[in-house]
Design a protein around this ligand. Structure first.
Ligand SMILES: NC(=O)c1ccc[n+]([C@@H]2O[C@H](COP(=O)([O-])OP(=O)(O)OC[C@H]3O[C@@H](n4cnc5c(N)ncnc54)[C@H](O)[C@@H]3O)[C@@H](O)[C@H]2O)c1
Ligand SMILES: O=C(O)C[C@H](O)C(=O)O
Ligand SMILES: [Mn+2]
Length: 540
């Protein structure tokens, strides 16, 4: 289809704005619709960055960038690619949480997303076709908005997380923005604030659950597979009751990925390996404690467990290294309301003289002496000074990752963790944090956010059009992030810096594509060529 006139200027995938040449303006019937001076992409970038600089807050900056995104994807991504480190916290987490909470009130543009309602399922096929037009979709990020970061149920407003995750795919790994589709499944919301808000743009009813909900998800997956057979399907921020069920249902059938379970598992494993590279301790000696054993917490535990088994431990032996703490305290095999994902990691009360007292994190840390403590609890400030000091009293280099997002929900601040442990803690956080200066050492804080890994993983899998996303490919991604940070430098980070996100995303993509070839999950033979062929760059 050829677009001309205003249709062309209003198409963000094709629009070049003031960079349309005189000749293009003539052939595309846009003469007179733009100021006469023809700009280069670099000039547009300079102008946009100048504007960006005038915006006073991260939220205002994000709104400006979204306008640019809505107008002209090439310009947006060229600008983003030149300022990845600065823009990540603005475009993505934590600022994205503000726009999700206010989505209906801020609404200006649907941003080429597909809005699929549980109440209009007969329209689902048309909706997907309308949203894509003549574009060939290779990547979908879908959410139902029930478990947005740690801020809970935001219903249809969660669509912003689908849009935001896709932005990072392109900025970090060069996924062609024309080939992506953000999707929200609107099954209702249990968020009273939204249900009582006349301006809320989603369905004004409680969440549909059970068979009807799963039939809705099923219908979407089947239609999307049918319409876009080469697609990589990324699930994001589903609720704890559904996320793992959905992954387990589809992972052996189609090329699909759950970011909160698998992406977070990969980046946390990579962070732990990075930390052990600094402390020179042995992986299989570690005692792992998860605080908040939900979608992410249990997903991470499973990934670390699998890695211990790969290191040669038997499953029975590996299991002894894990302790999960959730609302009920340390999880035992007889604890009530265990999720299926928690069950494999529960302990027996007979292991402890005071089992009945282990109902909170502090008691659990005292009883277990973990060497690794990972927070995915959504409970801010719960890694207290006394808990951290207790942990540090029993291990030389405690590995402590407060991963709950956004910033206001983090279990602890990196600075405090370093202060309380006299610089011994090996820390990574979910959100970006500035380096901490202490006792003449600059401690660089790694960001254990799945954004450091899902773009490369997805690009690698998409480039070779893998049949499935295997454990081998996932494991490869986790091991691809080593060797970038110098572990001998004082205050070294446990993970590579976000400023190099585009570089190491390629390392991850190569490893993953190569692994898919080795596992015969693709007919492609040359991983490098496949990645070069699919990779998009922002240029006219
Ligand atoms: N850094 C990352 O890449 C990353 C990735 C995924 C999730 N996260 C963060 O992890 C957090 C959890 O996300 P999720 O998707 O697993 O949510 P979830 O709702 O599935 O899990 C949260 C878990 O915390 C438990 N919990 C709640 N209050 C608690 C308390 N007082 N004590 C102990 N446990 C408690 C809940 O029972 C639940 O099991 C969020 O803040 C999210 O932003 C970070
Ligand atoms: O979105 C993020 O920043 C990471 C993660 O997927 C989360 O849910 O917190
Ligand atoms: Mn998430």
């Amino acid at each position: 289809m050829t677009y001309t006139g205003l249709d062309l200027l209003n198409n963000p995938f094709l629009n070049k704005g003031t960079a349309f040449t005189k000749e293009e303006r003539k052939t595309n019937r846009i003469e007179g619709l733009l100021p006469p001076f023809v700009q280069t992409l670099d000039q547009q970038v300079a102008q946009a960055y100048e504007q960006y600089g005038t915006k006073p807050t991260p939220l205002a900056k994000r709104m400006y960038l979204m306008d640019l995104f809505n107008e002209n994807r090439t310009l947006f991504y060229k600008l983003f690619s030149e300022h990845v480190y600065d823009f990540m916290p603005v475009v993505y987490d934590p600022t994205i949480a503000d726009t999700i909470e206010n989505y209906s009130h801020f609404f200006l543009d649907p941003q080429n997303a597909a809005f699929l309602s549980i109440d209009d399922q007969d329209d689902m096929e048309s909706a997907l076709k309308n949203a894509t037009g003549d574009r060939d979709i290779k990547l979908i990020v879908v959410t139902d908005g029930e478990g947005i970061l740690g801020i809970g149920d935001w219903g249809l407003q969660g669509v912003d997380i689908s849009v935001g995750k896709l932005m990072v795919y392109t900025a970090a790994a060069g996924v062609d923005p024309k080939s992506v589709l953000p999707v929200v499944l609107d099954a209702g919301t249990n968020n009273k604030e939204l249900l009582n808000d006349d301006l809320y743009l989603g369905n004004h009813h409680e969440r549909v659950t059970g068979d009807n909900y799963y039939a809705f998800v099923d219908k979407f997956v089947a239609l999307a597979e049918d319409l876009f057979p080469d697609m990589y399907l990324h699930f994001e921020d589903f609720g704890r009751d559904n996320a793992a069920n959905i992954l387990n249902k589809y992972k052996d059938q189609i090329l699909t990925f759950n970011d909160d379970i698998q992406g977070t598992g990969i980046i946390t494993l990579a962070g732990i390996l990075g930390a052990l590279n600094i402390s020179k301790e042995k992986f299989t000696d570690q005692v792992y404690m998860s605080f908040g054993a939900g979608t992410a917490g249990a997903g991470i535990a499973k990934r670390i467990f699998d890695a211990m088994v790969e290191e040669g431990l038997s499953e029975e032996e590996a299991k002894k290294h894990f302790y999960l703490v959730d609302k009920q305290g340390l999880l035992f095999d007889d604890t009530k309301d265990l999720t299926p994902e928690q069950k494999p990691f529960t302990r027996s009360r007979s292991e402890f003289a005071n089992a009945d007292e282990l109902t909170n994190l502090e008691a659990a840390v005292k009883a277990v002496h973990p060497t690794i403590l990972v927070g995915t609890s959504t409970q801010p400030g719960t890694f207290t000074e006394s808990i951290i000091k207790e942990m540090a009293a029993h291990t030389a280099r405690p590995i402590i990752f407060p991963l709950s997002n956004p910033t206001k929900l983090a279990e602890a601040k990196a600075e405090d963790l370093l202060k309380w442990t006299d610089g011994k803690a090996l820390v990574a956080t979910g959100i970006p944090v500035e380096p901490v200066e202490m006792n003449g050492v600059k401690y660089v804080i790694g960001q254990a956010n799945n954004a450091l890994v899902y773009p490369g993983l997805g690009l690698g899998a998409m480039a070779v059009n893998a049949k499935l996303l295997s454990d081998g490919m996932i494991n490869k991604a986790a091991h691809s992030l080593g060797g970038i940070v110098d572990p001998t430098e004082a205050g070294a980070a446990v993970l590579p810096p976000v400023s190099k996100l585009d570089e190491f995303s390629m390392t991850v993509a190569m490893g993953v594509a190569q692994q898919a070839i080795e596992e015969k999950l693709t007919d492609v033979k040359d991983a490098k060529k496949a990645i070069d062929d699919i990779k998009w760059e922002p240029k006219y």
